[in-house]
Each structure stands twice: as C-alpha cells, then as structure tokens.
Design a protein around this ligand. Structure first.
Ligand code: AQP
Length: 333
C-alpha cells in the first residue's frame, strides 16, 4: 500500500495557518487518494528542539490529536500516532545524520530563523532537525508528503538523502514528492503580514486559534494590519495584509483569488474584513463543536494506540533492514 506521511508539532494551540496550510488539505487528500494509507503524527520530538514546558507539551499533544479528528480526518485509511512512541524515528534520525553534510544543514532557512530568535542555548537538535524530518518520511517510504511552503526546503533535503542512500546501497528508500496546496500554503501573521502565521509568535493577536471564540476571531480579523490605498487586489509584495485576507478567504471558500478580487474589488476594507471574519467563524464552528465531542468520548487514546501499532510494524522492519544494509551489528542468519 502506498503511503502519505505528514506531521504537526505540538508547540502550542493550532491556528488557521496550520489548519489551512496542512490539516484542511489532508481532509481533501483523503478523498482524492483513497488507495493510499495516511500516516499522520504529532511531532513531539521536533517540538523539543526548543525548550518546552513539560505540562504544556503534554497538553498540546492531546489537543493536536483531538483537533486532527475534529477537523474531519477519516479514520479508515489513517494511522494517527505520536512520534516519540515509535523509537525508530529517533534511530532513523541518527542514521540519516551520518549521510547528511554540515553544509546542507547550514543552508536551512528555518534553522537560521529559529536560531536567530533565540539569543542563547541553540541546541544541536535544532540544527539536525531536517534529518529527523527526513527519517519520519523515509521510514514509511512515503510517496507523497503534504507540506506548507515553509517545509519545501526540508523536503528537498529528504529527497537528496533518499537518492544518496539509494545510490550507495541500491534502491532502498522511496523518493518522496511534496504536495503543496495551491492556496493557503503560506498564511501570514495578522499583525505583521510579511511573516508567517506561527504558533510560537509572541504576539497572540498575530493569529486565530482553531478554538478561539467567535468574538475573538472577529476582533482579530477586524484589527488585521492592511494598508492605506483602499483597493482590494492580490499583491503580496505591496499589499501583504489584504493579500493574506484574500488567501484565507480563498482557502476557506475554495473560490479562486481572481473570483474573490472580482467580487470584492469595489468593497471597502471594513466590509471585506467582515466577510472574511464571518467565513472564518463559520468554518471553525463545527470544528470546535466536534473537538469537545472528541475530547469527551475518550476515542483519541484508542485511535492513537491503533495508529501506533500499525506505524510501529512498518517502522521496525524498515530500520532493521537499514541497519543491515549499512553493515551494523552482526550478520543476520
Ligand atoms: N502559516 C502557515 N501557513 C501555511 N502552512 C503552515 N504550516 C504551519 N504554519 C503555516 C504548515 O503546517 C504543517 C505543520 O507545521 P508544524 O507545526 O510542524 O511546524 P511549523 O511550520 O514550524 O509551524 P509553526 O506554527 O511556525 O510552529 P512553530 O512556531 O512552533 O515553529 C507544515 O506542513 C507547515 O508547512
């Protein structure tokens, strides 16, 4: 069976950036790729590349799992699991570091950005993060990996590593392909629309959380930073704020940016923002309701246990084969 693999870090409450760039896309892909099995994990090993509060991390892991289900992921062709519960992820990360060059890691823009934000205590795991991510994907021989724009560079490295190993040991890894959504691939901050909307942005007003109440959602959109020329056009360089609101509306309604610009070109910013706010409120309403149902039902743990059992079988086999290919341990009889 062919695999599609992806993960989200439990680094805080999920926002509409992660939802529109990633989760909403999975829901569509599950329909489009019915013959594939989806391995979707909560990337807690990635989360600890930056120091985290223990209790917050635990809370986030459970919340992300429940939100995945609340957003409409179907469980029939899905294994949902927690990354750290499968030891092969850590093992594969180390093995792949032995194939990764320093220069490749030094070029990663996410490392540079995250390291810059931290004044001291930048960990070596933040630096080697792309090798862990490559392991997450290659362990399962993923054919496709749905990612937002920001993860494209890491996926390129994953492909390079797969090809490098294959050249040395014969075809061993499937070389994965990215699946990037046409709209929503990069939702920007509401307060600084030239920056990506991020879970860990210090400014809470920069984002809308999936569990925010309706009035907060309206307030955040109504105070989103725009510009003064008063025209509704898609021009991310000169009009990042309005372009971001157009992208959000487009990702929610499935209407093209072009159609939306035509519809709203004579509208003032206040009215346009009201339209976007109501669209977000309407989109998130059923997710919030389902989230509370999922939490109450206790089904999350059962689904995580089933996901773990399935993923572990695949991962264990792959790591044993890789150890053998490399020549580690004793020759198998
Ligand atoms: N703003 C975004 N727009 C579109 N896609 C996004 N993704 C994240 N933010 C946006 C996509 O969501 C998936 C999971 O991301 P992640 O949580 O594993 O890591 P991240 O990209 O580092 O997310 P954050 O919010 O910026 O987390 P922090 O602040 O902790 O680093 C990925 O496919 C990502 O592209």
């Amino acid at each position: 069976m062919k695999h599609i693999v992806s993960g989200i870090q439990p680094t805080g409450s999920l926002n509409i950036g992660t939802y529109l760039g990633s989760i909403k896309n999975f829901v569509r892909l599950q329909e489009a790729y019915k013959d594939h099995h989806f391995l979707i994990f909560i990337a807690d090993l990635h989360a600890i590349t930056i120091p985290r509060d223990r209790a917050e991390l635990r809370k986030s892991i459970k919340e992300v799992a429940a939100l995945y289900l609340a957003c409409g992921l179907k469980t029939d062709n899905l294994s949902l699991f927690i990354q750290s519960e499968i030891e092969a992820h850590s093992q594969m990360s180390y093995l792949l570091q032995c194939f990764t060059y320093m220069g490749e890691l030094e070029r990663m823009t996410q490392f540079k950005e995250k390291a810059q934000r931290q004044e001291k205590g930048v960990t070596s795991s933040l630096f080697t993060y792309p090798a862990l991510m490559a392991g997450d994907i290659l362990l399962y021989d993923a054919e496709y990996v749905p990612v937002g724009d920001d993860q494209k560079q890491h996926l390129e490295l994953t492909r390079d590593l797969a090809i490098r190993v294959n050249n040395r040991y014969g075809d061993f890894f499937t070389v994965p392909k990215p699946l990037i959504p046409k709209v929503g691939a990069r939702i920007m901050s509401l307060t600084e629309p030239t920056k990506k909307m991020s879970k860990s942005d210090d400014n809470i007003k920069s984002r809308i959380l999936l569990l925010d109440d309706d009035n907060i959602i309206r307030k955040r959109i109504m105070s989103a930073v725009t510009d003064t020329d008063g025209q509704i056009r898609f021009d991310p360089n000169n009009k990042p704020g309005i372009s971001n609101l157009l992208s959000i509306l487009s990702a929610i309604t499935n209407e093209s940016i072009e159609t939306l610009v035509n519809t709203y070109k004579d509208t003032d910013y206040k009215t346009f923002k009201e339209v976007v706010a109501e669209a977000v409120v309407k989109e998130l309403k059923p997710i919030k309701e389902k989230y509370h149902e999922v939490i109450k039902s206790g089904e999350v743990d059962t689904i995580l246990d089933q996901g773990k059992a399935h993923a572990e079988r695949i991962a264990r086999k792959k790591i044993a084969k890789f150890n053998h290919k490399i020549g580690l341990g004793r020759k198998q009889k």
